[in-house]
Ligand binder design. Sequence first.
Ligand code: FAD
Ligand code: SF4
Ligand code: SF4
Length: 395
Amino acid sequence: MACYSACKTGAISITTDCKGFYIPEVNSELCLNCDKCKIVCPSLNELSGSSDFQQQTFACWHKDEKIRMISTSGGVFSGLVRYVLSKQGVAFGVRFDDEFRAVYEEADNLKKLKYFRGSKYIQSYVGDVYKTVKQRLENNVIVLFTGTPCQNAGLRSYLGKAYDNLITVDIICHSVPSPLVFSDYIEYIRKTIDSDITEINFRYKKPSWTVYSMRIDFRSRKPYIADYFTDPYLIGFSKDYFSRDCCYECKYTKLNRQSDITIADFWGYVSDDRRYRNDEKGISLVLINSEKGSKVFSAISAAYIVRQKSIQEVMKNKSLYTPYKKNPLSDDFWKEYLEHRDFELVKNKYFYKRRGSLKHRLSRFIDDYSFLIPKRLRKFYERLKDELKRRSKGE
Ligand SMILES: Cc1cc2nc3c(=O)[nH]c(=O)nc-3n(C[C@H](O)[C@H](O)[C@H](O)COP(=O)(O)OP(=O)(O)OC[C@H]3O[C@@H](n4cnc5c(N)ncnc54)[C@H](O)[C@@H]3O)c2cc1C
Ligand code: SF4
Ligand code: SF4
């Protein structure tokens, strides 16, 4: 948090609200009313304006299939970490601690990379990471910082100036769910399976990258694997029941980004060329937002299959520019949840199993096999889809 990092008197601490989200708390007895915390707060201030740089847009995936399969999307993050470490730099990313809380950590060697891999769909704990980043930058160490757009904005605002040795990477961000709900969910799974949890993967690529699963490994039982139509936590997250309220009005969800490079899933990827079809092992979307980002991406590109894409194709990923709407039942869910703290109860009432609609499955099938469809027919299909979408919105 920028305010927590900027306060020189220690008046701000990080605590949790009743829904388990990390928030700053001010101790008025230690506060000098200097307003530094307000000056650096990205929520209270205008974001920095757009640059002249012409954004570049790519789809890409790692040539090493093993790296690709253990990464969330196409594995761009792994290449970026390798790049900074090869320059004696350090990388900051998010890992699980012993209690499966998502926390920031610094890596100066490749051993830690495996802990950062994998999206953890919960709000992560920033702690003192901005201060550590600043120390490294001042000592002329090359730093790679990855995080949500608001975490990137917080860092930039706290630093207050540009550093040549800082590479910033943001993810396209749906929202961050409640750490409280997540900890109750894993406790529910632990009790049901009756064994200690050893690993959690929110994006296990079975049956595929697009229809991913929650996978939880145990000390003495077979893994729990449930796809996103079935797993109650993934349903609750994707249906926007328990994310932070501010995420539903996120001001960072737009094309003008807070970083040098933006990474995400290339949802809706299509290819005319069979060699570059979606083979369901994971495809990254990459937005290059600055000269520095372009230089770094060129330096890692040899390890990847890279396909240039148009901004229209990239914009199939709606999380890039439209905040998700809060579920109309979210307030009911929270009321009941905070009253009973019973995951099984809310699971049965709100997060029950769904089936993917036929339309959804058909659309995915057509995208994946589009290289078999003649170009003109495909264009006709795209136009028809847009028209139907417009009509369903009543435009
Ligand atoms: C909360 C969240 C929501 C997301 N929403 C979308 C979305 O709506 N659409 C989309 O296309 N992509 C989304 N992503 C991004 C996507 O899931 C991948 O993280 C991204 O494509 C990188 O993939 P990779 O294969 O390069 O990375 P991997 O090698 O899997 O690395 C994962 C990266 O995510 C970071 N990370 C993991 N958990 C967190 C966390 N809780 N907070 C901050 N950073 C974290 C790690 O530090 C690492 O940099 C989201 C990610 C997160 C964490
Ligand atoms: S006003 Fe100054 S002293 Fe008070 S909490 Fe903010 S930064 Fe700290
Ligand atoms: S949706 Fe916006 S406010 Fe919420 S975590 Fe992501 S970037 Fe931050």
